[in-house]
Design a protein around this ligand. Structure first.
Ligand SMILES: [Zn+2]
Length: 207
């Protein structure tokens, strides 16, 4: 059972723990996604690093690739970030795993890169969704899942179909139940419904 779709807490249970392959140290009973964070691209990612990522991606406790993506405010230039993002997509295609995406003001670039690489069938989950309802619509029309943390745009959340909804703590000092409470309140749904739906969505996406 997996409830928290994206966290960086290394001991989180019922969660998808996002780790850099260079720090991958799987612990019994925990689940992981592996990828190079866009912020960590100022120092070059080497072919050896990519080989390590591929190796980690085949570990049985790894359920997704990422977080990866593009950030217009931090990290290497967007061309470098895009090339690295596409290599994560290719690995996702090869392994059959979905991709956890970090995007800051790059929705169009991310979707265009996926299209150019002819990898539109690779499932994407947009983590830390904070854009407005128009941004949400762009992602949803491209078939993406949207993962919401403690800070979000209520109109975007209300525009998200329940079968595309995920929740996460990321690096915020909150529990996933707190996030579920905030989401439930905005959607005028019981918290148990939100817990049930988001768990089922994560299960469907990751298996
Ligand atoms: Zn994160």
């Amino acid at each position: 059972m997996l409830l928290d779709f994206h966290t960086h807490r290394p001991d989180a249970t019922a969660a998808l723990i996002s780790v850099d392959p260079r720090h991958f140290d799987p612990q019994p009973g925990l689940w992981y996604s592996v990828g190079f964070h866009p912020w960590d691209t100022l120092l070059p990612i080497t072919p050896g690093d990519i080989a390590l990522l591929e190796q980690c991606a085949h570990h049985p406790q790894v359920l997704a690739i990422g977080e990866t993506g593009m950030d217009s405010l931090r990290g290497a230039d967007l061309e470098t970030q895009e090339a690295l993002f596409v290599s994560h997509l290719q690995l996702a295609r090869g392994t059959g795993l979905p991709v956890v995406v970090h995007s800051v003001r790059t929705a169009q670039q991310i979707l265009a890169a996926r299209h150019r690489a002819q990898l539109t069938d690779v499932p994407l989950a947009i983590h830390g969704m904070r854009g407005n309802q128009h941004v949400a619509r762009t992602w949803l029309d491209a078939g993406c899942y949207l993962s919401y943390g403690p800070r979000f745009n209520p109109a975007a959340l209300l525009a998200t179909p329940l079968d595309r909804l995920l929740i996460e703590t990321d690096d915020a000092p909150v529990t996933i139940h707190h996030v579920a409470t905030l989401v439930a309140h905005t959607l005028h749904r019981p918290i148990d419904t939100i817990l049930h739906i988001t768990t089922a969505n994560a299960q469907r996406l990751l298996t």
